[in-house]
Design a protein around this ligand. Structure first.
Ligand SMILES: [Zn+2]
Length: 145
């Protein structure tokens, strides 16, 4: 192996590693964190009564189970993405398919989080609903930082 070839292989490996970390961050960490934050914020600000907490308990349990399942799927998809990047050293068909897969899972998580937020909204009184809507609108319309 010539020196030039070794250098190129090293560079490709480095770029693939950086791309893997970057794509992983972009796809998983950021959107999930913001949704989880919004959900936690809504629970904090809604000031639920004991009766509302009781009504919400099964709804929360169902959502927590779905979220855990989707997070597991996402972890598996990320491993497939890392393997695809390693195998193709670039933007090949396996990488494309793996990225599509992570997008699908992320989309499902976003959809189910929104559905859950509406299920939560149903147990709120008029005052709480106003607060809830204000927080959601603010979160959704905040400028991309
Ligand atoms: Zn909730």
């Amino acid at each position: 192996m010539g020196l030039r070839r070794i250098w190129i292989v090293g560079l490709i490996a480095f770029v693939a590693a950086v791309a893997g970390v970057f794509v992983g961050r972009m796809l998983v960490d950021t959107p999930r964190a913001s949704e989880t934050e919004l959900h936690a914020l809504l629970h904090r600000e809604a000031k639920l009564s004991d009766e509302q907490e009781t009504r919400l308990r099964p709804i929360e349990a169902r959502f927590a189970a779905r979220r855990a399942a989707l997070e597991l799927e996402m972890r598996a998809a990320n491993i497939r993405l890392a393997q695809a990047i390693e195998a193709e050293h670039g933007y090949g068909p396996r990488v494309t398919a793996a990225i599509d897969e992570t997008h699908d899972i992320m989309g499902a998580l976003q959809k189910e989080t929104l559905e859950h937020l509406f299920a939560m909204r149903d147990v709120l009184d008029a005052n709480q609903t106003a607060t809830f809507d204000k927080i959601v609108v603010k979160a959704l319309t905040a400028d991309a930082r």
